[in-house]
Ligand binder design. Structure first.
Ligand code: CP
Ligand code: NVA
Length: 258
């Protein structure tokens, strides 16, 4: 597990999944590996492939994960890049199915920054067939909007209320992601109208669920009371990281022999 960025959930869930599955996981940070001293990603991929059954990477540029995958001969899992966070979506989709059944045809509202999580929601809308309404401040739209096929029901605006009206699921995330710490103050000024508050949630369906990949900043992207409502499923969502990734690892490592 290569971690160029901080993590609590991703690290602990992957490590626990491997241990409970009868394997082991090794935590690698740039501070104490040759990756941090400039050994090329491609060389590292070839070396790790000879020693490990799978590689998980959390890093900045998505290209790093792509290069690892290109040169690795074992599966490479994206544990978050600046562009995507697909493992979180496995847990989010599992959590929705557990609480409300099939998400196909339902409406999901994304409110806040058009970040890595938002791009992964765009991919999930395509894969699972839900309608996605995204609201971000102007200039913070997700990069993934450019690659959507016309068959996918994705709407974009700068209006959080429009996104949330009639939604079955409302999702948000931090206003400044890892690596954007320098922009945090400016973003807080620009994003305050995009807080998921109880008032905003009242525009959604009465059986709405609220999700946040965590860590959350109470009083910024989410009103503190929202996290504690019965329709907030953020703790199940976090716990499902373990179960979803167990399934992912079993599929990737053991495959059809399982
Ligand atoms: N949601 C998530 O990926 O959390 P961590 O940053 O703690 O891994
Ligand atoms: N968008 C956030 C997600 C953290 C799990 C980040 O990239 O920092």
């Amino acid at each position: 597990m290569i971690f160029d960025k901080s993590s609590t959930r991703t690290r602990v869930s992957f490590e626990t999944a491997m241990v409970e599955g009868g394997g082991a996981a090794i935590f690698l940070s740039p501070r104490d590996t040759q990756l941090g001293r400039g050994e090329p990603i491609a060389d590292s991929a070839r070396v790790l492939s000879r020693m490990c059954d799978a590689i998980m990477v959390r890093t900045f540029s998505h290209e790093v994960a792509e290069t690892l995958a290109k040169y690795s001969t074992v599966p490479v899992v994206n544990g978050l890049t600046d562009s995507f966070h697909p493992c979180q979506l496995l847990a989010d989709m599992q959590t929705y199915f557990e609480h409300r059944g099939d998400i196909k045809g339902r409406k999901v509202a994304w409110v806040g920054d058009g970040n890595n999580m938002c791009n992964s929601y765009i991919n999930a809308a395509q894969q699972f067939g839900f309608a996605l309404s995204i609201a971000t401040p102007p200039g913070y739209e997700p990069s993934g909007l450019g690659n959507i096929s016309s068959a996918v029901d994705v709407e974009y605006s700068n209006d959080p209320k429009r996104a949330v009206v009639n939604a079955n699921l409302v999702v948000t995330d931090v206003w400044a992601s890892m690596g954007q710490e320098d922009e945090a103050e400016r973003r807080h000024d620009l994003f305050h109208q995009f807080q998921v508050s109880e008032a905003l949630l009242s525009e959604a369906r009465s059986d709405v669920l609220f999700m946040h990949c965590l860590p959350a900043h109470r009083g910024q992207e989410v009103e503190a009371a929202v996290l504690d409502r019965p329709d907030s499923v953020v703790w199940d969502e976090a716990g499902n990281r373990l179960h979803a990734q167990k399934a992912l690892l079993e599929m990737l490592i053991v495959g059809s022999a399982a």
